[in-house]
Design a protein around this ligand. Structure first.
Ligand code: AMP
Ligand code: MG
Length: 529
């Protein structure tokens, strides 16, 4: 087939498939893939691919023409139906710890990488289709994805990018024109749902589990080759591979992972399934599944129904779980070292790096020019305690706090007025609770009075007004499932400027409405996608 000129501008340079060993078996059947980093695969042919939405920033990054997305060929290419010259589709082999247990080989069971493109920024960008059919890693699965989960991945990865949180990107969301059967709550009620494919984009999709599988199998030579490839292609600033470089590499992964989780805590993002196969070696948010956005500030909240019992992946535990995952990565790298000391030191440092990052982040949310030690820690601690007393919308609260009048003679009632919208159940603010909130606001006012100049601007640059609230994503999905993509497109646009006031879009900044409190998709999500 001939492609429109503005699609063939994609300039492929496939380092991963060129430099790492391929599976010698070309069949698509589920199997253990040994001695290889990937298997070449052919994406499925879908009945009627149709573009729902695309990210113009990602298209630009890849050097696609401004109108590239308007052709039928675009939808067909990014559903996997056609391959552009230079593409070399493959599925990656990796393993992982799921919910704390070693799960063995996982791999790209429903993701197909198309190849690496030279971006307009000079970097290599891997294009990856999620939901484009079976691979040798599909185990019992169909390799497909439904529109519901694809809307969530597409919108959230772009929203996170615009919030300034390290993340994989999304180029496109395409309906396949086919139905996919899913039992959303694993309760014996399967339903046909519309199918979709998201084209994800990242410098790499290498995960902690990519290293773990090689170590678990004792494939030391390949582990070294794979680590050397990772360092040369993604961490070239560390220098040529050596034991010192391996140590520096692991230290950097510890630092970027800590920084990523701190950013999640800043915006109220709960990943929901932080298994080691879902942690990127680049410290970027990856694999948007049963994630959720914190509404009322509750450190114990997890959006994932599969996690409801142990709450391993609850909001307040994400920093600790990331460290647990880093320990698994360290264990996988042990065969490359004569002494485990550098790995142990980096894992130990993680805790202080994370704590410091979290303190500074909280100080910035409160508008402090810096974190002043114990007194600020106590003030932040008291705020957490106040949050615990009444259901408080995190996003609305911090946005409102920027407007609090901190002049010495302002009455507590007036200050409370600036944040009152954050309260889900106003009657919870009765008596003692109201007093405690007022007391905290008084202390807060005393703390920031001397640095009030520019405080609101500083705060509004780190406290978003617009996030992909769980109910907003669900409303967009409800419409899209009826064939109306307008809310997907509108939210994509609103979420491009999450820190700006957008007076005509206020409704998308509203806290969760009552109907969404217990509705599946809004407060409870499963891994079924
Ligand atoms: P996740 O929970 O999305 O991280 O997926 C865990 C593993 O299951 C990965 O190896 C996925 O590729 C695989 N997987 C998830 N859904 C499917 C599916 N529908 N078909 C095939 N493999 C899947
Ligand atoms: Mg995964």
């Amino acid at each position: 087939m001939t492609f429109p000129a503005d699609l063939t501008t994609l300039d492929f340079d496939n380092r991963f498939t060129r430099e790492l060993p391929a599976d010698k078996d070309a069949s698509p059947y589920p199997r253990q893939v040994m001695g290889a980093s990937y298997s070449r695969v052919t994406p499925k042919q879908f009945a009627a691919p149709k573009l729902v939405a695309h990210s113009r920033e990602v298209a630009e990054l890849l050097g696609l023409g401004e109108n590239a997305h308007t052709s039928d060929a675009f939808a067909r290419v990014f559903a996997g139906n056609e391959q552009l010259p230079g593409m070399d589709p493959f599925a990656m082999c990796y393993g992982g710890h799921q919910f704390g247990n070693w799960a063995g080989q996982l791999g790209d069971g429903r993701a197909i990488n198309l190849g690496e493109v030279h971006g307009t920024d000079g970097a290599h960008w891997m294009l990856q289709l999620k939901g484009a059919g079976q691979t040798p890693y599909s185990r019992g699965g169909d390799g497909l994805a439904v529109l519901r989960s694809s809307v969530r991945e597409f919108l959230c990865s772009e929203a996170m990018f615009h919030l300034g949180v390290p993340t994989t990107r999304a180029l496109s969301l395409v309906r396949t024109g086919e139905l996919v059967e899913r039992d959303m709550f694993y309760d014996g009620n399967p339903k046909d749902e519309p199918g979709a494919v998201v084209c994800r984009v990242a410098r790499s999709f290498i995960r902690f589990g990519s290293f773990e599988i090689l170590a678990a199998r004792g494939e030391k030579e390949l582990l070294q080759k794979f680590t050397d490839f990772t360092i040369r292609s993604l961490f070239p600033h560390l220098g040529e591979p050596s034991q010192a470089t391996y140590a520096a590499f692991f230290e950097e992964v510890c630092r970027t992972t800590a920084a990523m989780v701190v950013e999640w805590m800043r915006v109220g993002f709960v990943h929901g399934v932080m298994n080691t196969d879902n942690l990127s070696i680049l410290g970027e948010t990856i694999d948007y599944g049963p994630y959720g956005w914190l509404e009322n500030f509750d450190p114990n909240w997890t959006p994932n129904t599969t996690d409801a019992h142990g709450r391993r992946y609850r909001f307040g535990h994400q920093g600790r779980v990331a460290q647990w995952n880093l320990v698994q990565l360290a264990n996988a790298l042990v065969p490359l070292f004569d002494s485990t000391k550098p790995l142990e030191a980096a894992v130990n440092d993680y805790a202080s790096v994370y704590e410091k990052g979290w303190r500074e982040m909280m100080a910035s949310k409160l508008g402090f020019s810096e974190h002043n030690g114990d007194d600020d820690a106590a003030l932040i601690g008291e705020l957490m305690a106040v949050f615990d007393l009444a259901e408080t919308d995190m996003t609305v609260f911090f946005r409102g706090l920027a407007d609090v009048d901190v002049a010495a003679d302002t009455r507590a009632d007036e200050r409370i007025g600036a944040v009152i919208d954050a309260y889900y159940v106003p009657t919870q603010l009765a008596g003692g609770v109201r007093e405690r909130l007022g007391g905290w606001l008084d202390r807060y006012a005393d703390r920031v009075r001397d640095e009030d100049d520019g405080r609101a601007e500083r705060m509004n640059a780190v406290n978003p007004k617009y996030v992909l609230r769980n109910y907003l994503a669900q409303l967009a999905i409800d419409k899209a499932e009826k064939g109306d993509d307008s809310l997907v497109i509108e939210l994509l646009d609103v979420l491009r400027r999450p820190y700006d006031e957008q007076p005509t879009k206020e409704e998308h900044a509203a806290k969760r409405p009552d109907w969404a409190r217990e509705r599946p998709g809004c407060s409870m999500l499963s891994c079924s996608s």
